[in-house]
Ligand binder design. Structure first.
Ligand SMILES: Nc1ncnc2c1ncn2[C@@H]1O[C@H](COP(=O)(O)OP(=O)(O)OP(=O)(O)O)[C@@H](O)[C@H]1O
Ligand SMILES: [Mg+2]
Length: 238
């Protein structure tokens, strides 16, 4: 169980990136974090992964407050940040994945098997020898999602996993997130795209760092909710 309780985060001097954000996610569920650019999605995901320490509030994973014990989050959470510079540009796809697998304690045959499995899953087998720097944007995204799968975790976090990928890859990534859910994992992803929300059990909508709406796309009338979201997201003067 993941519990985010009254989380605040400020980037000094004055960007209040998160204000009083709370939500819960159970095992075997997918939560989408939706919101316009700069609304705080990435900041929230990084707080849950203990990459950032909130100024106030708690993040409980199985009742352990990771704000006080970040090492627990390191053990339980796997995050795909979508951050290009976190890969080795001159290493191949396969070498990058193996390197991160080793950092997550995978060795020998298990490392080989897991690398093959995730490369196959993300359609990376043909470009396994290509250097990371030579990949297109969509393929870099695939490697990023693949890397998150190279760790056995209870919580999987993906920051905009579907941005810049083609339709087939998007459906594949949806499938991967659904499979993680079915195996009892907690999945949290950020997205700008309404199409991605359909696979989520809960959607958290952020605006200027505040949770302005939480809904279940499977139970509620998506069209009505989307009209509400569009109103929430309206630009000043619209
Ligand atoms: N390292 C940082 N230092 C200062 N301000 C930051 C930093 N990172 C983010 N911010 C600011 O915090 C706010 C929230 O940013 P965040 O990246 O969490 O938003 P986001 O919803 O992920 O946006 P996007 O859709 O563009 O990815 C923004 O105003 C942003 O400019
Ligand atoms: Mg972001």
């Amino acid at each position: 169980m993941l519990e985010v309780i009254d989380v605040w985060k400020k980037y000094p001097p004055k960007t209040q990136a998160l204000r009083e954000v709370s939500f819960e996610a159970e095992e075997g569920s997918i939560t989408a974090v939706f919101g316009e650019n700069g609304s705080g999605k990435t900041t929230l995901l990084k707080v849950i992964a203990s990459f950032l320490i909130p100024d106030r509030g708690k993040v409980l994973i199985d009742s352990v407050n990771i704000v006080e014990k970040p090492s627990f989050a390191v053990e339980k959470v796997s995050i795909s940040t979508g951050y290009e510079r976190s890969f080795y540009y001159r290493l191949s796809v396969e070498e990058n994945l193996k390197f991160f697998g080793m950092l997550n304690d995978l060795l020998g045959k298990t490392l080989k098997r897991e690398t093959e499995r995730v490369m196959k899953e993300l359609g990376l087998l043909e470009c396994r020898k290509k250097r990371y720097m030579e990949l297109s944007t969509g393929y870099k995204k695939r490697v990023d999602v693949a890397r998150a799968l190279m760790k056995k975790a209870s919580i999987y976090i993906f920051d905009e996993p579907c941005s810049g990928v083609d339709l087939r890859t998007r459906l594949k990534i949806h499938e991967i997130m659904k499979r993680l859910k079915e195996s009892g994992r907690i999945v949290i992803f950020a997205s700008h795209d309404l199409e991605d929300l359909k696979i989520a059990d809960r959607v958290i909508v952020l605006k200027k760092g505040e949770k302005v709406l939480e809904f279940s796309p499977k139970k509620e009338d998506l069209a009505a909710v989307l009209r509400g979201i569009l109103e929430i997201q309206a630009f000043p003067g619209d």
